[in-house]
Design a protein around this ligand. Structure first.
Ligand SMILES: *[C@@H]1O[C@H](CO)[C@@H](O)[C@H](O)[C@H]1NC(C)=O
Ligand SMILES: *[C@@H]1O[C@H](CO)[C@@H](O)[C@H](O)[C@H]1NC(C)=O
Ligand SMILES: *[C@@H]1O[C@H](CO)[C@@H](O)[C@H](O)[C@H]1NC(C)=O
Ligand SMILES: *[C@@H]1O[C@H](CO)[C@@H](O)[C@H](O)[C@H]1NC(C)=O
Ligand SMILES: *[C@@H]1O[C@H](CO)[C@@H](O)[C@H](O)[C@H]1NC(C)=O
Ligand SMILES: *[C@@H]1O[C@H](CO)[C@@H](O)[C@H](O)[C@H]1NC(C)=O
Ligand SMILES: *[C@@H]1O[C@H](CO)[C@@H](O)[C@H](O)[C@H]1NC(C)=O
Ligand SMILES: *[C@@H]1O[C@H](CO)[C@@H](O)[C@H](O)[C@H]1NC(C)=O
Length: 390
């Protein structure tokens, strides 16, 4: 062995042990506060860290600035606090789930995660994320007692899913776009949603919200759906195009829907069971609906002054007098050569959706009722085809 090797080898050995506690090719499991303190000398941990099931008390991962893999705190009924005062980045998933005693997540410097998934945290009321997470591809928060998303303020995301958090009453973010989907559902019925910078999203589904403000929204690549919200007004002042379906179902307080710049709906337009929505006149520029138009409810006014093209079936049923809306549609249909299945009737006892016929109507359904896929607010395409070609 050369003299150089004799000197270098012991140095390498020392470096390796230091390196060993700062990396793990599998997942490094933390059983107690002592294990946690072993990371104190690592600024970067290469790999994933999991807090073991049954770890009690408080766990602080001090010293760490970056974890390249995941940080997981799961199925732990005794843990009360998890924190990492210096941690700025989690390269993988930050997953915290089914920790019934957890009251504090303290990550004062955390700014970036790949994805964040919090679920089943009945004692977590707020996030102690002072620096705020500004970068995350995916955010999923379900079944927590969080009261707001203070601590999360991302600029863009692929997926946002925030559901069944009965205390959340404010969802405000600087979010500019959503690449795949955003679902906000079954949170506190008082929840106010304010996304002042959101310009585009692929899919948006809003359920059970008390107000939704999307002043900059310019386009949806796919669908835009509202179900069971309790707002009285909804406006999308800057929206010009919805690539897929536009849906309003069972928004029982809704009286005014305003889409002053919307010109095109690439899928179905469905407006159903919005008890108080009497006037549908907020679509002054809508020219094209590339699939079905399906509306039922207590309407007295239906006006689409720019509508020139409906490619799918048309179903309009109202319990009240629509003052000639059906005549207008019938005329448009023959003038414009719209070819889809057509049914329009007002003053009916039980207005229904596409494929249904109200009581007392002599106009028999033209076949089996198509199934309405209410879950995602889209009339099944095969069902529509059936309506079209019967
Ligand atoms: C609405 O769109 C216009 C034209 O694209 C833009 O100049 C304006 O800033 C947008 N308004 C909001 C609130 O984003
Ligand atoms: C959605 O539409 C926006 C604006 O037109 C566009 O920039 C974006 O690339 C589209 N996204 C997807 C996923 O197609
Ligand atoms: C949410 O709205 C649906 C109707 O779409 C309703 O059945 C459900 O009870 C509501 N949930 C809450 C938590 O209010
Ligand atoms: C509906 O809302 C729009 C935009 O917010 C507003 O301009 C319009 O006056 C409202 N219409 C009614 C009948 O309240
Ligand atoms: C509207 O309400 C009726 C009666 O409750 C129900 O049968 C129908 O499925 C509802 N429509 C939608 C689209 O949810
Ligand atoms: C029409 O209004 C009545 C009473 O306000 C309500 O019970 C009914 O569900 C409404 N119908 C529709 C289709 O929304
Ligand atoms: C519609 O007619 C059926 C059969 O006659 C009846 O059972 C039902 O109560 C009627 N519904 C309404 C809303 O009138
Ligand atoms: C978007 O919504 C439509 C209709 O609800 C659904 O079929 C589609 O899978 C959704 N796409 C994504 C990327 O979530």
């Amino acid at each position: 062995m050369s003299i150089v090797m004799k000197v270098v080898l012991p140095v390498l050995a020392v470096a390796c042990t230091a390196y060993a506690q700062c990396s793990d090719s599998a997942t490094k499991t933390v059983q107690n506060a002592g294990d946690a303190s072993a990371f104190a000398s690592c600024s970067t941990f290469s790999g994933s860290i999991a807090i073991a099931t049954g770890t009690p008390g408080d766990i602080s991962l001090s010293g760490l600035e970056k974890i390249t893999g995941d940080l997981v705190v799961e199925n732990n009924k005794d843990i009360k606090m998890v924190g990492a005062p210096n941690l700025e980045e989690i390269g993988g998933e930050f997953r915290v789930g089914d920790d019934s005693s957890l009251t504090a997540l303290t990550f004062g410097k955390l700014k970036k995660v790949d994805s964040l998934h919090f679920t089943g945290l009945p004692n977590l009321y707020n996030l102690d994320f002072k620096a705020k997470i500004t970068q995350a591809k995916e955010i999923r928060i379900e079944n927590t007692m969080l009261q707001s998303l203070d601590g999360i303020n991302i600029e863009s995301a692929e997926t946002i899913f925030i559901a069944n958090n009965p205390q959340i009453n404010d969802i405000t973010m600087q979010l500019g776009h959503v690449g795949t989907s955003m679902v906000l559902a079954d949170n506190n019925p008082q929840v106010k949603v304010v996304l002042p910078n959101l310009i585009w999203a692929r899919n948006i589904t809003m359920r059970n919200c008390s107000s939704v403000q999307l002043p900059s929204l310019a386009s949806l690549n796919d669908s835009f759906g509202f179900y069971g919200n309790i707002f009285s007004e909804f406006a999308a002042p800057n929206l010009t195009e919805v690539g897929g379906a536009l849906t309003f179902v069972s928004n029982t307080e809704l009286t005014n829907v305003s889409f002053p710049q919307l010109t095109k709906i690439g899928g179905n337009m469905q407006i159903a069971n919005n008890t108080k929505l009497q006037s549908i006149s907020g679509f002054p520029m809508l020219k094209q609906i590339l699939s079905a138009l399906d509306m039922n409810g207590n309407m007295t006014e239906i006006s689409f002054p720019a509508l020139a093209d409906v490619r799918g079936a048309i179903n309009i049923q109202s319990s009240l007098d629509t003052r000639g809306a059906c005549n207008t549609f019938q005329k448009l249909k023959s003038e414009k050569g719209w070819r889809g299945d057509y049914f329009c009737k007002d003053m009916v006892a039980n207005p229904g959706g596409a494929g249904t016929r109200p009581n007392g109507s002599s106009n028999k359904p033209s076949g089996a009722a198509p199934t309405l896929n209410v879950q995602n607010g889209v009339l099944g395409l095969t069902a529509l085809a059936a309506v079209l070609f019967l």
